[in-house]
Design a protein. Sequence first.
Length: 180
Amino acid sequence: MPIVRDKEIEVLFSASAIARRNLELAKDIAAHDYRDLLVISVLKGSFVFAADLIRAMHDVGLSPEVEFIFISSYGAGKVSGEVRVLRDIDNEVKDRDVLLIDDILESGKTLRFARDLMLSRGARSCSIAVLLDKRMRRQADIEADYVGFDCPDYFVVGYGMDVAHAFRELPFVGVVKGEG
Ligand code: IMP
Ligand code: MG
């Protein structure tokens, strides 16, 4: 079991399993005839997944534009679950096919908010790709179009995801032993 920052990490999804799955997701995305595709990576957690997924998309012949939106579902000192845009995208989404990329779909509040925002701005369509889906935690009415893996109800880290700003650099998704 890997040890990082003096903590044992149990690997849930290995780097190689994620890489294989990313290519399958890219093929699924390519099978949809999106026109003028704009990928929007939802920061911070999705930056590693988005970086790998857009390169897998390149490998299957797609050439998306890439944007970033920083959305927080926890304002400082606020009640958990309040969704706010901390930094918006620079591009117009009107009449474009948008693909939101996020790390985890959990309550669904973040992605429900983001999709509603893109559609209200006139996006032609707004699909969602997530690496992990914690279905048992859903509160909002939303599903992802592309899911890497169903995730057990643990707090996971790595591959862009953090706990208290740590572990984003891990190349795999894992659970910190004794804290999951
Ligand atoms: P929700 O779907 O609005 O509840 O928000 C999901 C977001 O919460 C994800 O994009 C992550 O940033 C964060 N999150 C949820 N579960 C985990 C976890 O297990 N590890 C790290 N971040 C998580
Ligand atoms: Mg997030």
